[in-house]
Every structure is written in C-alpha cells, then in structure tokens.
Design a protein around this ligand. Structure first.
Ligand SMILES: [Zn+2]
Length: 264
C-alpha cells in the first residue's frame, strides 16, 4: 500500500492511496464512524429554565455541540482511576447562566479550564425574551457513536475509486461534438485523451453521458487507487481524528493476530 498524498487542513482531510483495496478503506471509514471517541455533553443539571423551550429540548441541543477533545489527555469515564465519580481526567464541566434578552449560544458555556472553550461558539441553544433566564451546569465525557450519534466525530466519510475516461479513438469527431455542449469547467480534451477538470464533478459528467446515451465514452474505475474524504465536526482536528482511527485499526489487527496465535 502506498499513501500518495495526505491533505489535512483544519477539520477536513483527503487521502490518496494506491495498491490498496476497498475493504481496507471501508474498514477505516467504519472505524471513524463508530469507534472514534470524542467528548460530548452527557449530563445536564438545570437550576432554572424560564425560556420557551423544555429542559429536554435544551439538553438535546447541548448534547450536539462539538466539545474540543484532546485524546492524549482524556480517558473514558468507566476506565478512569476515579471509578466513575468524574474527575478532570475523564470529565469536563461547563456552566451557563444567562438572563438578558437575546439568543443563548454555545459560546456562552463557560468551561472550568480555558483550553475547553467551545470553538463553534455561534450554535444557537435558545432565545430568551425579557425576564426569561436559564441557569445550568453540564458534564461532557468521552463516548463513541456506537452508543449515541452525539459522539459521532466524522461527518459523511466517503471514498471514490480513481476513474479513467476512455474514448473510442475512431469516433473522435463525435467526442468533440459532444463535449462542445458541456459546461466549460467539466472536461478537457488533451491529445485524444479526455480528462475531468474537477474530480468532484465526475457524477455530473456521468449524468451527461447517461442523458445523451453516449457509447463512445466510458468511465472505468480502478479499485486499487482510492481517494478518501472526511470531515470532523470540530471536536477533533482531521489530523488527530485520522491518527486515532489508524491506531484503533492497528490495535484491532494486533488483537486478532494474538488470538490466531493462541489457536495454533
Ligand atoms: Zn475520572
């Protein structure tokens, strides 16, 4: 397996892999979806709520706010030395107290430590009118999406097989005529080779082929060359999310390997 290119910018990641197969990339995708841990608000104590929303709706909204997560510092509460009591190694606490008229945002949650300040600070929680108030305390803990979707870090991870566009060389006149009517930023003809300008628009190009019932251009996909795209909700950077997911896969293969050794 060769990793040809990795682009990790903020919350977004693109990896190009060659000499691989869809089974491996799909394993990475599934690990990212269900096994990657992150912090999410799991416990809410509401002291006062005279806002128009029920306690339950506010708690649900709080649960979906991305909480900055450093996986090198935090441990699962069930595995913590505090034995599920809640300590700084496994639990992050926030308070929220607002009485003025206006929208209460995620950024109004005040952390115990500045490092846990909410980055996505403009997520609306509730709108307060005159004389309404909300006072609460929350606890965020590590979890994974296999228990609840609020712990899902990665949004819509997807992979695509590298396409090659083949043209019938004997029908180049038809090819030229066909691409003349396509949007200008879609494909380019270079020395009898048709290339897609922006890979994300491949399905658009395919829909033109389908619509015109074109039989002189075919798209073939190579299952050994894969581009994998993913994005985090902001609780982890793309780099940390990828690193942790790869560690989880490696651990799983190790466990399986030692299980096989025991059988021999
Ligand atoms: Zn603890």
């Amino acid at each position: 397996m060769k990793v040809k290119n990795i682009e990790l910018k903020g919350n977004k990641g693109v990896i190009k892999i060659e000499d691989t197969d869809v089974y491996f990339v799909n394993a990475l995708r599934r690990i990212m979806l269900s096994k990657l841990p992150k912090l999410a608000i799991d416990d809410v104590i509401i002291y006062d709520n005279t806002s128009p929303l029920f306690d339950e709706i506010i708690s649900h909204r709080l649960g979906l706010i991305p909480i900055p997560t450093d996986l090198r510092l935090m441990v699962f509460r069930k595995d913590c030395k505090c034995k599920d009591k809640g300590c700084p190694s496994c639990t992050v606490r926030y308070t929220l107290s607002k009485e003025e008229e206006g929208v209460v945002y995620s950024g109004d949650l005040q952390p115990e430590h500045e490092s846990f300040k909410i980055k996505e600070d403009k997520i609306p929680i509730v709108e307060l009118s005159k004389d309404q108030r909300i006072i609460l305390e929350v606890e965020a803990v590590l979890g994974t999406a296999e228990n609840h979707a609020k712990w899902q870090t990665i949004l819509a991870p997807k992979y695509s097989l590298e396409p090659t566009i083949e043209v019938d060389k004997k029908r180049m006149d038809d090819v030229k005529e066909f691409i003349k009517d396509l949007p200008k930023d879609l494909v380019e003809l270079k020395a009898n080779k048709l290339e897609i300008k922006d890979i994300t628009k491949l399905t658009v190009f395919e829909s033109y082929l389908d619509k015109g019932k074109i039989d002189f251009i075919t798209i073939k996909r190579d299952p050994t060359k894969i581009t994998f795209n993913f994005e985090t909700d902001g609780s982890l950077s793309a780099k940390d999310a990828l690193k942790e997911s790869v560690d989880i896969i490696a651990k799983k293969y190790d466990e399986f390997g030692s299980l096989l050794k025991k059988l021999q």
